[in-house]
Design a protein around this ligand. Structure first.
Ligand code: PLP
Length: 472
């Protein structure tokens, strides 16, 4: 199925303009969905939970990322990293697109298999596996898995001897948001010993895996990792293993994908050309999930900061600039969205009163213990945008007027800060909503129920028609 899509792609002239107009279309669809969902809430009379934070997810965006992948990396078969966002609808959509899956645990394996995906499309990409999970993987026919140490090899020999093993090696992930190589991966110098032990234990090593770090920013990390992989392939052959799979891991993100893919392609062409017969797979997570999801939160409380109050410094990176992601939202239904200084019916004169010195603390019904867990665990800096209670959207702030806010989650903990300082031109009131784009990666999967707030939030799905025949 993957190759069909990749081949279609070369004939469908999909390319850059479709990609960018797709993004605009996506914003429009998401805006309409936000609006109708919020309009459906009776803010005065609703029962607890009806005004909870919720996501809008555009599967069309996932599809566009998939086509973009096929265009830039046609010879690399993506295995979506389920940990990034295990929403079953998303996983099923990707299964329909023909991707494989990277699973890290029994429940991720179960999720993927429950959707009718064959076990040979799964790589159990967790170098340290629970014994009973290994037995389980064997019973469900999941054979491809990674390892990086001698103890793991002995466990695999005992519990899952028919495994097809990928030797995970370390990378230079110093430029990545989330570094993984301090925890996982065998040093190059240790690989011969591991390959030899695997042979002695009668295990099959079939290839090499690496990960350049999640949120990677240095494409050169791929250069070294691919050439190291080639070295390990040669050693593997020397020890009598049939080396046939290279897993280039994750680390791709929307902004840097084209550059990363260019470097990776060139390096693979040099060390693993198609004539080598090596099957190349990857484990992208963030790349597929991040941009498709927008999170809407309700402003549940506000506090005026009097002049003379000490300003909260906040965690590193918690100061947001709202102008750095400028763009336009085009949506017929949300035609009263404001992208510039033209505020239409909005009475600027009245709102200008007191400008320059206004400062508020805003409290939302989601925070770092919830879907903004990405601030702590994934080093994200979500950008707040305003959605007024009367339905007016504000995407890009271009007026000269600035009101200063700090934005907080709903729990009793002071660490629950979404942004310690952001300047918006809008006066945000209790009862308004705020929305945050690019919230699909490492958000809901690491939310907690701290303080009794829910860890599961509704997702309004749009764009499912991107894939004909797919139903939610
Ligand atoms: N593969 C493995 C083994 C990982 O640990 C991760 C993330 O931690 C991924 C894939 C997904 O990475 P990303 O979301 O950066 O693509």
């Amino acid at each position: 199925a993957w190759h069909d899509i990749a081949e279609d792609q070369t004939t469908i002239a999909y390319p850059d303009d479709v990609l960018s107009s797709g993004r605009e279309r996506s914003r429009g669809l998401i805006a309409d969905a936000l609006k109708s969902r919020i309009d459906a809430v009776d803010h005065d009379e609703c029962i607890p939970g009806e005004e909870d934070a919720f996501f809008v997810a555009d599967l069309g965006e996932v599809y566009r990322q998939h086509l973009r992948w096929a265009r830039h990396l046609p010879n690399i078969h993506p295995h979506y990293a389920v940990k990034c966002n295990p929403a079953p609808q998303l996983v099923r959509f990707l299964a329909s697109l023909g991707t494989g899956f990277d699973c890290a645990s029994k429940s991720e394996i179960d999720l993927v298999l429950s959707l009718g995906v064959s076990p040979d499309r799964i790589v159990y990409a967790q170098p340290v596996k629970t014994n009973s999970y290994l037995t389980y993987a064997k019973s469900r026919g999941v054979k491809q898995m990674t390892f990086d140490n001698t103890d793991e090899l002995r466990k695999v020999a005992a519990k899952c001897p028919g495994a097809e093993l990928l030797l995970r090696i370390t990378t230079d992930d110093s430029a990545a948001l989330c570094q993984l190589s301090m925890k996982f991966g065998a040093a190059l110098k240790d690989c011969p010993k591991l390959l030899k032990l695997a042979k002695t234990l009668g295990l099959n090593v079939v290839g090499v895996a690496f990960h350049v770090g999640s949120g990677a920013s240095d494409p050169l990390a791929f250069k070294k990792a691919v050439s190291d992989s080639k070295t390990v392939f040669n050693w593997g052959h020397d020890y009598g293993h049939e080396m046939k799979i290279l897993d280039v891991g994750g680390g791709f993100s929307d902004d840097s994908f084209d550059d990363m893919a260019g470097v990776l392609r060139a390096e693979l062409d040099e060390h693993f050309p198609s004539s080598s017969g090596v099957r190349i797979i990857a484990e992208p997570g963030r790349y597929y999930a991040a941009t498709a999801f927008t999170l809407a939160c309700h402003v549940i409380a506000r506090r005026v900061v009097e002049s003379g109050d000490v300003e909260f410094e906040g965690p590193e990176g918690s100061v947001r600039s709202v102008d750095d992601k400028a763009g336009e939202i085009v949506s017929p239904a949300a035609s009263n969205m404001h992208n510039s200084g033209d505020h239409g019916a909005f009475d600027l004169a009245e709102e200008r009163e007191g400008s320059g010195s206004e400062s508020y603390m805003l409290y939302l019904n989601d925070g770092v213990y919830g879907n903004f867990s990405s601030i702590m665990f994934d080093h994200q800096q979500p950008i707040p945008r305003v959605l007024k209670a009367d339905g007016r959207f504000f995407y890009q702030i271009l007026t000269g007027r600035r009101i200063t806010y700090s934005i907080w989650g709903p729990t009793c903990d002071g660490i629950d800060c979404i942004s310690s300082r952001v300047e918006l031109s809008e006066k945000v009131e209790v009862g308004d909503w705020m929305y945050f784009e690019d919230m699909g990666a490492y958000t809901m999967c690491s939310a907690t129920r701290f303080n009794g707030f829910p860890d599961g939030h509704d997702v309004v799905w749009v764009g499912a028609d991107a894939l004909p025949g797919f139903g939610l």
